[in-house]
Design a protein around this ligand. Structure first.
Ligand SMILES: NC(=O)c1ccc[n+]([C@@H]2O[C@H](COP(=O)([O-])OP(=O)(O)OC[C@H]3O[C@@H](n4cnc5c(N)ncnc54)[C@H](OP(=O)(O)O)[C@@H]3O)[C@@H](O)[C@H]2O)c1
Length: 431
């Protein structure tokens, strides 16, 4: 039994009573289930930070399907009115798509409830107006998990206006496309690689947004807003998918000293916004050339030098960690901080920059004649390589217009079906 003396002489640390954080979760699918499980299990690590998160309610589309994650949630409902009738400290949106996610997020922000989301489609389409609404209501919208979910960099740069002065970026933003091209490089066919990605849960049942480049284009839209202070319409971004590539292209790229990667690129150092999404040739010296599998990466071109970040881009568990960290960060702030407005202006992205090109010509046209014909369009070949019945070329820099005119001429002269991909320069300071 503890004596009175012992009690009196014991250190008198005040007991820390963590504040309950009532979370309303919009969506309880792949990411939502991982988040509900993490929220229920992360208590021990979060209590020392003064936070005890509880998933009070989750909104779903249909109550009829079996839902093991319901065990970690106070109440699951398919009725938005029931959801919004609960007392909530924070809302997290993991429904996906634009509507009804947009209306629900508006409704929460309008009431002054902070919102965290993993939804790049929503942020690409309405990020600016939702952030403005959050500011007006003295609350916050966080979307760290919507782009390279496993690398928390957006929030860091938001708090560091000097470090975030960059004039361009190159990134691998879609893990599924990167995993497919990496598997093709390792010997699989495109279809085998896609089937495998779906079997492993990396690709959606409908992988069209991944392989068409749409997913990466939406993420690039929000990166251009964050770092380039420009608002663009995702539909006006030059976007190509990886479906036109095959294993011979990937082998040819390797023989030419590089790799084909699903790239998102933007630069604004000349004033005009230059941007594209699509497969590109990266020489082995490029910091993203060896970013393989589902890993994502981003290279920021800053006045004081390049910065590179790589890490997991998707996956329910990775995404859940970033969402819960965002939630805890908001809860830990005494008053929810309204970030300074980004002050982005509308812009039209173009792709007119001179770059080297990786060109594929089917039907194995004669190398010398092809090189001469391209030369009449001022396209100079640095390397020419016949591979398995095709001719591949790496060129010196040329504008997209000149490349199009040149390969159209080769097509007219030889019947060959050409493909041209930008070959992005490596810079010397690889990360
Ligand atoms: N999967 C990843 O690795 C990953 C990574 C980063 C970001 N994200 C983003 O996270 C978000 C969620 O992705 P996910 O893979 O978890 O999607 P998901 O598995 O399809 O889950 C969506 C959830 O939203 C619910 N829902 C759909 N429509 C609804 C509606 N009209 N009303 C109410 N609830 C509705 C669904 O209800 P039911 O359960 O009843 O169908 C489901 O619970 C997306 O924005 C995605 O881009 C995903």
């Amino acid at each position: 039994m503890t004596s009175v003396v012992e009690t009196l002489s014991a250190p008198t640390e005040p007991a820390c009573v963590p504040a309950t954080l009532r979370i309303g979760q919009l969506g309880l699918g792949n990411v939502g289930s991982a988040l509900a499980r993490l929220t229920a299990s992360a208590g021990e690590r979060l209590h020392p930070h003064g936070i005890a998160p509880v998933t009070t309610v989750a909104l779903v589309r249909s109550l009829s399907r079996p839902r093991p994650a319901a065990a970690w949630v106070g109440r699951v409902t398919d009725d938005p009115e029931v959801f919004f009738a609960q007392p909530l400290d924070l809302v997290v949106e993991v429904i996906g798509g634009v509507e009804p996610a947009h209306s629900f997020v508006r409704r929460a922000l309008d009431r002054g409830i902070p919102v965290v989301t993993a939804n790049k489609s929503l942020v690409a389409a309405h990020g600016e107006t939702l952030s403005a609404l959050a500011r007006r209501r003295g609350t916050a919208l966080r979307y760290e998990a919507s782009c390279i979910a496993g690398v928390p960099f957006l929030g860091t740069f938001e708090r560091r206006p000097l470090a975030s002065r960059v004039h361009g970026l190159t990134a691998i933003l879609n893990g599924t496309s990167n995993a497919i091209l990496s598997a093709v490089a390792a010997g699989a066919s495109f279809q085998e690689a896609l089937d495998d990605a779906q079997r492993r849960g990396l690709a959606e049942p409908d992988p069209s947004a991944d392989v068409s480049g749409r997913d990466a284009a939406e993420k690039l839209t929000l990166l251009i807003r964050r770092f380039g202070q420009r608002l663009i319409d995702v539909d006006r971004l030059r976007t190509e998918g990886i479906t036109a590539l095959d294993s011979i292209d990937v082998r040819a790229a390797r023989a030419l000293g590089g790799a084909l990667k699903p790239v998102a690129h933007a630069s604004w150092n000349t004033g005009a916004l230059q941007a594209f999404v699509g497969p590109a040739f990266l020489s082995d010296a490029h910091p993203l050339a060896r970013v393989s599998g589902v890993t994502n990466g981003i290279v920021l071109d800053a006045p004081l030098g390049r910065q590179c970040y790589t890490g997991p881009g998707a996956g329910p568990d990775v995404t859940a960690v970033t969402l819960l960290d965002d939630l805890c960060e908001l809860a830990g702030e005494r008053h929810v901080r309204t970030p300074a407005p980004i002050e982005a202006a509308p812009a039209s992205p173009r792709w007119t920059l001179e770059t080297p090109w990786f060109i594929r010509l089917s039907g194995n046209p004669p190398a010398l004649d092809t090189s001469e014909l391209l030369g009449t369009y001022r396209i100079w070949c640095r390397q020419l390589l016949p591979v398995e019945g095709r001719l591949y070329a790496l060129t010196f820099p040329a504008t997209p217009d000149r490349i199009k005119a040149g390969i159209d001429a080769v097509h007219a002269a030889t019947g060959s079906w050409p493909l041209a991909l930008p070959a992005l320069p490596a810079e010397d300071d690889a990360c």
